[in-house]
Design a protein around this ligand. Structure first.
Ligand SMILES: [Zn+2]
Length: 271
């Protein structure tokens, strides 16, 4: 499933193809995505210049002259730049055709992705308005994490994965960040010290940065009709390593289920 690093990698990979380009056409082949693509959307966006390609949480934001397209990759989606006449494959659901002759082509076997348009400020869109800070924003710092963990009995891992408190920390990254911070995933959030929250902020940023950097090495995959998208490969410390020796101390990694998600940790390194 595309997580924040994959979405950010997609943004960086596509930025050079959309810069200063105009949308020649939006061709919708399958409007039944997570939310239907509205029938008048092609008319609304055709002819508009793309002024910005941004990201908020896992949404790509294509800033146009009169509004913003919000694109979500869903569970299985990817967006790549292809020559517009490239034959379509199964699960190619729309083409955002640019005046350069390239198209941004969206492929999504499970159709949980979405393409929405707003004329207002994207930050005020109902899907974005309730989101917590970005993990790299100055608003997400040790003081903030310390403040929001007070009096909360919820396990710290589940708090980290709550997008109303901080966005973009999926299951893999929560496990890996907690390992880096040497904090057990099942600890009650309120028991974290100020030093713990400082280490955890650093851990979250380190693991996301590592994934983004790893994805950046395969950016060329975003141009071309074939080949896997440039999803990252990274060296994981605990995730899906149940029973294997901890890379730091050699103790077998433990696994447990928290909120229906698998969690991995080292019982020696993490307290
Ligand atoms: Zn260990």
């Amino acid at each position: 499933m595309p997580e924040l690093p994959e979405v950010e990698t997609t943004r960086r990979g596509l930025a050079r193809y959309v810069r200063k380009r105009r949308i020649a056409a939006l061709a919708v082949y399958e409007p039944r995505l997570r939310w239907p693509v509205t029938h008048d959307l092609p008319k609304q966006v055709a002819g508009q210049r793309i002024v910005h390609l941004g990201r908020r949480a896992k949404y790509l934001l294509l800033g146009l002259e009169s509004g913003t397209l919000l694109l979500h990759l869903g569970m299985s989606g990817n967006l790549r730049a292809v020559p517009a006449d490239t034959p379509r494959l199964t699960h190619d659901h729309f083409d955002l055709v640019l005046d350069s002759g390239l198209a941004l082509r969206f492929n999504d076997p499970r159709r949980f992705g979405s393409l929405l348009y707003t004329r207002g400020a994207p930050a005020e869109h109902p899907l974005l308005a309730t989101l917590g800070p970005e993990p790299f924003a100055t608003a997400f710092d040790a003081d903030y994490l310390f403040r929001i963990t007070r009096r909360r009995r919820v396990a710290i891992k589940q708090l980290l994965m709550n997008s109303r408190l901080v966005v973009g920390v999926g299951n893999i990254y929560a496990s890996e960040a907690l390992f880096r911070a040497r904090i057990r995933p099942q600890r009650q959030a309120r028991t974290l010290s100020r030093a713990d929250t400082a280490r955890l902020v650093r851990g979250v940023r380190a693991v996301l940065n590592q994934a983004i950097r790893a994805g950046g090495t395969t950016l060329r995959d975003y141009l071309g009709a074939d080949g896997a998208p440039g999803y990252f490969r990274q060296r994981l410390y605990v995730y899906e390593r149940r029973g294997k020796p901890c890379r730091r101390c050699g103790t077998p990694v433990r696994a447990m289920v928290q909120g229906q998600r698998s969690t991995y940790y080292c019982p020696s390194c993490q307290k």
